[in-house]
Design a protein around this ligand. Structure first.
Ligand code: 3PG
Ligand code: MG
Length: 431
């Protein structure tokens, strides 16, 4: 159970509220919001505050600007989209502090919304400067602070930490839902429980891999991260992306997993085949290499015997996706489990397709998706842990097909690893 006060546990009616959202959304070449997932997920809190007659001032960051001169990081396109989604004007202030904000905030009426410009135009935001936080309180005339930016609560910044020490501070509905679902799945999963972990770097995921070795019944690894494990095992990976500094970390993980498998039914699965190529372009030709059985690549030439080379990633090739055997293994395992946490795509899923929606290195990821949404008969409870994985599902228009798709990348990883989230800890406890 969520232990912090929310907007429903606090006498917030009619108050002027400073709402922290995570509107760190991708923008396209034309400067428009290219994915509105984080914005649509923030609407229930905004609407609940409107129902309570609050005056709402929203603040957020976008990207990692160096200074306010980096105008491509303006939140103005977000104001436009938010206004469209709510069907009412959203006022926009070209700064997050200063006289203009003060005037507009003071004159807000019940249900009206003012979005402030990017907080990170001031370096004081990231240095968690208490004076900057005080300025935000002063110019907004806020009586309550509401934290609903789940994606950013792993950062101790002025708008997530310092500010909450200056005002009564409670959680919004998105934050409550994210923390509840992710905490519950890590503490109380319905077994069998499977974790699918992909993405590029072991370093980013090492803590959750350790958490899952203790909690899950099966862990399947994909993405570029798998290359480092494979290399540590002596599989030839050619020019694949490998984190050389992490080889011993990978070995430690595999040792720990092996020890766990001796104690109980536990499987740590590394890909047995991959889609390889010399580059990641849409037009490249690909080959399937099966380093375990060494038979697929020349299957067309059956009954000829495959050459040894067909089962080995050549020195100039890269592994760019999991292969069909690995995909089938993972999809099959999904049929046997009740709960799945998935974080990280299985390959270079961002390479666009020449034709159709699925890129040349996204087939492994698509197999996982098909299995998770029940296309092979069984549909487990699925939690998607944010970041690139959520980005991929957004691009495919599939975020509604899973039990929970997190709006947080780093935040969901840290929460799953059992770490404290500073932007949550600082909020007021329930009575
Ligand atoms: C995110 O997208 O991960 C959050 O908005 C936090 O952004 P940051 O990683 O730049 O701090
Ligand atoms: Mg990030």
């Amino acid at each position: 159970m969520f232990s912090k006060k929310t907007i429903n546990d606090f006498d917030i009616a009619g108050k002027r509220v400073l709402l922290r959202a995570d509107y760190n959304v991708p923008l396209n070449d034309k400067g428009e919001v290219s994915s509105d997932y984080r914005i649509t997920r923030s609407l229930p809190t905004i609407k609940a505050l409107q129902d309570k007659g609050c005056k709402i001032i929203i603040c957020s960051h976008l990207g990692r600007p160096k200074s306010s001169k980096d105008t491509e990081y303006s939140l103005k396109p977000v104001a436009k989209l938010l206004s469209k989604l709510l069907g009412q004007p959203v006022l926009f202030a070209a700064d997050c502090i200063g006289d203009e904000v003060s005037e507009t905030a003071k004159n807000l009426q019940a249900g009206e919304i003012l979005l402030l410009e990017n907080l990170r135009f001031y370096e004081e935001e990231e240095t968690n400067d208490p004076e900057f936080a005080q300025k935000l309180v002063d110019v907004t005339h806020a009586e309550v602070f509401v934290q609903d930016g789940f994606g950013v609560v792993h950062r101790a910044h002025a708008s997530t930490d310092a500010i909450a020490r200056l005002l009564p501070s409670v959680a919004g509905l998105l934050l409550e839902k994210e923390v509840d679902i992710i905490t519950d799945i890590m503490h109380n999963p319905k077994h069998p429980f499977m974790a699918i972990i992909g993405g590029a770097k072991i370093a980013d995921k090492i803590d959750i891999i350790h958490a899952f070795i203790e909690k899950a019944d099966i862990i399947a690894i994909g993405g570029a991260m798998a290359n480092t494990f494979l290399k540590a095992q002596g599989v030839e990976v050619g020019e694949s992306l490998v984190d050389s500094s992490e080889l011993s970390v990978a070995q430690d993980v595999m040792d720990k997993a092996r020890a766990e498998s001796k104690k109980r039914d536990f499987v740590f699965y590394l890909p047995q085949d991959g889609v390889v190529s010399t580059d990641i372009s849409s037009k490249t030709t690909t080959r399937i290499v099966d380093w375990d059985a060494k038979v697929i690549a020349e299957i067309e030439s059956y009954p000829a015997k495959p050459s040894r080379a067909s089962g080995v990633v050549a020195s100039h090739e890269k592994i760019l996706d999991i292969g069909p055997f690995s995909g089938a293994f993972i999809a099959g395992a999904i049929q046997l489990v009740d709960t799945v946490v998935w974080n990280g795509t299985m390959g270079v899923s961002e390479t666009p397709a020449l034709h159709g929606p699925i890129g040349p290195f996204a087939h492994g990821t698509e197999l996982v998706i098909e299995a998770l949404v029940g296309q092979y008969g069984h549909k487990p409870f699925s939690v998607i842990g944010g970041g690139d994985t959520t980005g991929y599902l957004e691009a495919r228009g599939m975020t509604d097909m899973f039990s929970h798709v997190s709006t947080g990348g780093g935040a969901s990883l840290e929460l799953m690893s059992g770490k404290d989230l500073p932007g949550v800890s600082v909020l007021w406890d329930k009575d």
